[in-house]
Design a protein around this ligand. Structure first.
Ligand SMILES: [Zn+2]
Ligand SMILES: [Zn+2]
Length: 158
């Protein structure tokens, strides 16, 4: 699975090292830091939802706006890569069909296939709930000033 970051900021994911299970690897090759592996996925575009704002009134002179969400822009089509070629997922088919390129089942275990996990902002993810390949950063990790610096999970919004 290839993680594609479609938020404006680098995505920094911390996870428990599977080799030492959160202890510290004896022969650390630099990847395991006190049992944690940190992976950074740079932004490779921005998926955003189009919004329309209408002023519908005011509260003590402060405008109250209503936001209507429209189409999502900047998100690639759902599909997978087979031997370097993109194969589009056919939404009309009830299940994953045989790959149009190689004829094999379109599963993640197929070695020729690369699937994508698109990471977008929560507001964008809410506009495309039907897409199974869309994720948001989850389990935020904060620094000592309360700012979100990393995340420890990917989330699905339902
Ligand atoms: Zn380790
Ligand atoms: Zn294929």
């Amino acid at each position: 699975m290839k993680i594609v970051n479609l938020t404006p900021h680098p995505l920094v994911i911390q996870r428990t090292c599977p080799r030492c299970n959160g202890q510290t690897c004896e022969d650390s090759r630099g990847e395991c830091q006190q049992g944690t592996i940190t992976e950074t996925v740079e932004s490779s575009g921005i998926a955003r939802v189009e919004t329309t704002e209408t002023v519908i009134g005011d509260v003590n002179g402060i405008p109250v706006v209503e936001t209507e969400f429209g189409a999502v822009a900047g998100l690639p089509e759902q599909g997978w890569e087979c031997r370097g070629k993109f194969v589009r997922f056919d939404e009309t088919k009830p299940d994953w069909e045989p790959c149009q390129e190689c004829g094999m089942r379109s599963t993640d275990s197929e070695p020729d296939h690369v699937f994508f996990a698109y990471v977008v902002s929560s507001i964008t993810a809410q506009a495309i709930l039907h897409r199974q390949d869309v994720y948001v950063p989850a389990r935020p990790i904060r620094d000592d000033k309360g700012r979100i610096i990393d995340c420890a999970a990917l989330g699905r919004i339902s």
